[in-house]
Design a protein. Structure first.
Length: 244
C-alpha cells in the first residue's frame, strides 16, 4: 500500500503541475494571438509579439504551440476566431468581466452562462458592469529583474508617458493610457528594463470584499472560467480578505 500511495502522490503532483503548465500555455497562446492580430505577425516588426514569444520560450512552450497561435491570428489555420467580452455578477454581486477568443460563439456563450449559474451568479447584459472598470495600459517589472534604482525607473516611466506606478513586494505596476502603452513599453525596453507584462487590460475602479459565506462559490466561478479554453482573461472587482 505504501508503494501505491507514494505513486499516487507523485502522480497527483504531476497532474497538478501539468494542469498549471497547461493554464500558462493557454494564457500565452491568447497573448500571442492578440499580439499577432493587433500588429505584424513577424516578431521582428512587432515588439509586443516578440515580448510574448520570449515569455513563451521562458515557459518552455513548444515551438509548434507558438506557431499555431500566430497562425490563428493570420487565418492560416482556416478557423475564424472572434474576441467577445461577457459581463456578469458573481456570488455576492461581485462584478466580473470575461474576455474570450472563440471560433464558436454559441459554445462559448453557453459555457460562460453555465459557469455563472453554477456558482450562484448571473450573466448580465453588455454594459452591465463594464462601467466599473477602467481600460488601462499595464506594464509590470519584477523587482528581482530591476538592476536600476526604483526612483530612476519611475522617472524613466513618467518621461516615457506613464501616468502612475504602484509597487508591492514583488512587482512594479506601471499604468498608462491605452494609447500610450506601446510607446512607454518600447521606451522602457530601449532603456534596458526587462518587462514581465505589457498589455492593455481592465482595472476595477473599486474592489469589493467577497462575503465570507460566498468565498467557495466565488473561487469556483473564477476557476471554471479560467479553465475554459475559450477564455483569454478574467477581470474581477472582488477580493478575498485572506488573499489580499
Amino acid at each position: 500500500m505504501s508503494g501505491h500511495s507514494k505513486w499516487h502522490n507523485i502522480q497527483g503532483r504531476k497532474n497538478a503541475q501539468d494542469a498549471k503548465r497547461g493554464k500558462i500555455f493557454q494564457k500565452i497562446s491568447r497573448d500571442l494571438y492578440q499580439a499577432a492580430k493587433a500588429g505584424d505577425p513577424n516578431p521582428d516588426n512587432n515588439p509586443q509579439l516578440r515580448l510574448v514569444m520570449d515569455k513563451a520560450r521562458a515557459a518552455n512552450m513548444p515551438k509548434q504551440n507558438i506557431q499555431r497561435a500566430i497562425d490563428k491570428a493570420t487565418g492560416a489555420g482556416g478557423a475564424n476566431f472572434e474576441e467577445i467580452t461577457y459581463e456578469g455578477y458573481g456570488p455576492g454581486g461581485i462584478a466580473v468581466m470575461v474576455s474570450c477568443l472563440t471560433d464558436n460563439k454559441n459554445r462559448t456563450a453557453s459555457a460562460i452562462r453555465s459557469a455563472f449559474t453554477h456558482s450562484g451568479g448571473s450573466l448580465g447584459a453588455s454594459g452591465s458592469v463594464a462601467y466599473m472598470f477602467n481600460r488601462l495600459g499595464l506594464i509590470e517589472i519584477l523587482r528581482e529583474d530591476l538592476d536600476k534604482d526604483e526612483d530612476e525607473m519611475l522617472m524613466d516611466a513618467l518621461d516615457a508617458g506613464a501616468d502612475d506606478m504602484q509597487a508591492d513586494d514583488d512587482v512594479f505596476h506601471i499604468y498608462t493610457d491605452p494609447s500610450a502603452m506601446t510607446a512607454v513599453r518600447d521606451a522602457l525596453q530601449e532603456a534596458g528594463y526587462e518587462l514581465d507584462t505589457a498589455e492593455v487590460t481592465m482595472i476595477p475602479e473599486n474592489k469589493t470584499e467577497v462575503p465570507s459565506d460566498k468565498v467557495g462559490q466565488y473561487q469556483r466561478l473564477i476557476e471554471e472560467l479560467e479553465d475554459n479554453d475559450d477564455v483569454a482573461d478574467v477581470y474581477e472587482a472582488g477580493f478575498i480578505a485572506d488573499a489580499e
